[in-house]
Design a protein around this ligand. Structure first.
Ligand code: NAG
Ligand code: NAG
Ligand code: NAG
Ligand code: NAG
Ligand code: NAG
Ligand code: NAG
Ligand code: NAG
Length: 360
């Protein structure tokens, strides 16, 4: 059964000022009517839910990943509210509240797990969000200033348990600029994006069917939402994040199905934003099969990202695929890879990234 409720509680945090908690609950099926979907930032609501209720086509999902410093391990977790609506999949083929986990094991085997939640309970405090995927054994808890997030797992069905801690080292941001009230959160019409943790020091401590997976690396968190299936607007996209030297980079280069390219760029150094703008960060495939726009089924060996940051200089980054960690041939590939990059005319640094190609 579906119900939604917004109610306010006052939490007293020791001697700190009282902070208001807003609780939102989403049930297990779509509700008739027009959803209200938020595409601009309010005051201090960065990671808050952006859809008042899910009708058949409105949806939001929360995405987390970690890639290990040596590229041999990674984990990606997505929590989806209205997965059929988000993906344009018929109801019944995918659970309404859906959890997808991808593990890259140290022996290079790939594991894909899924789980269904009965309902989703979300608690917003300040800019932070905590969520419980009820009945599935997954929850996360975010600090009000988004400085850290802790995911806890006890999925007895799939044999996955443990925790992942993200300690942010790059400030959250709006699509094309700082996270100020009224800033746009659109990637393209109907697709919202909130990049809450562009980069973090992440610590993974998971147990998968008796095998302990413990490592540190680069961790990332964002959310997407919209009022219609993203397949309705999408042509292709390249998205990813990387860290090298003291830099944290996020790129999103999407071509919608009218052929319009939307480029979003973000660079931080030592927890300070260096550049955050749209329209000057082309991401292009390199090596064999480097056609642009991508040709379905032909995968490149890497990518080059050139970000004209205006007065901050021109960032040039080369990404080389290390391992494909999710692959739906002809549709979608996600990789971990090594990167080398820096501002032209300055030192180049090596690092790591996790990124994807949609539509190739
Ligand atoms: C869901 O809500 C959105 C936003 O109001 C609306 O555009 C869309 O048509 C609705 N979908 C359905 C299936 O009613
Ligand atoms: C890798 O490890 C997993 C989990 O222990 C195991 O199931 C799988 O068979 C291993 N793969 C290879 C290629 O050894
Ligand atoms: C995990 O769930 C199982 C079954 O519900 C329970 O017995 C166990 O105590 C839980 N473990 C933790 C660490 O919460
Ligand atoms: C989060 O999950 C952990 C592990 O299953 C559990 O011990 C804890 O009670 C859960 N917290 C909430 C708020 O559900
Ligand atoms: C980041 O901090 C380190 C250590 O203080 C410093 O060496 C480096 O130059 C800084 N990076 C940038 C881009 O300011
Ligand atoms: C970078 O952008 C600036 C405008 O902000 C422009 O003047 C400059 O020519 C651009 N540089 C390159 C290499 O495209
Ligand atoms: C990126 O690759 C191109 C082509 O091989 C090379 O010319 C350029 O120097 C590389 N840039 C960096 C930052 O390594």
């Amino acid at each position: 059964m579906f119900f939604t409720s917004f109610f306010r509680l006052v939490l007293l945090g020791g001697l700190a000022a009282a902070q208001t908690a807003v609780v939102t609950t989403y049930g297990d099926s779509a509700v008739a009517g027009d959803s209200t979907v938020q595409y601009t930032l309010g005051a201090d609501d960065f990671d808050a839910p952006k859809v008042d209720f899910y009708n058949a086509t409105s949806a939001q999902w929360w995405y987390f990943d970690v890639v290990s410093t040596d590229l041999t391990q990674s984990v990606v977790i997505s929590f989806l509210g209205n997965a059929p609506g988000a993906t344009g999949t018929p109801v019944g083929e995918v659970p309404f509240n859906f959890i997808e986990v991808n593990l890259q094991l140290p022996n290079s085997s790939l594991v894909a797990l899924s789980a269904a939640a009965e309902s989703i309970t979300l608690t917003t405090v300040g800019n932070g969000l905590s969520g419980v995927m009820n009945g599935a054994g997954y929850n996360w808890s975010g600090a009000p200033d988004l400085s850290n997030i802790l995911i806890k797992i006890n999925d007895t069905v799939n044999g996955l348990s443990g925790s992942i801690q993200f300690n942010s080292k790059a400030p959250y941001h709006a699509s094309c600029g700082p996270a100020t009230e009224g800033a746009s959160l659109l990637v393209s019409p109907h697709l919202g994006w909130g990049n809450s943790i562009p980069n973090s020091l992440a610590s993974v401590s998971l147990n998968y069917q008796g095998q302990q997976l413990s490592y540190q690396g680069s961790g990332y968190h964002d959310s997407n939402w919209g009022d219609r299936a993203f397949s309705a607007d999408l042509g292709s996209w390249y998205w990813g994040h990387a860290q090298f030297g003291s830099y944290s980079l996020v790129w999103f280069d999407m071509m919608d199905n009218t052929g319009v390219e939307h480029q979003l760029g973000y660079l931080a150094a030592n927890d300070t934003i260096i550049a955050n703008s749209c329209g000057t960060i082309p991401v292009r495939p390199t090596g064999a099969n480097s056609a642009y726009p991508p040709i379905a089924g032909l995968l490149p060996t890497g990518f080059q990202i050139v970000y004209n940051m205006s007065s901050a200089g021109i960032l040039e980054v080369n990404v080389t695929n290390y391992q494909a960690i999710v692959s739906y041939p002809g549709v979608y590939t996600r990789w971990v890879g090594s990167v080398v990059g820096g501002i032209r005319g300055e030192t180049a640094y090596t690092g790591i990234g996790l990124y994807e190609e949609m539509g190739g």
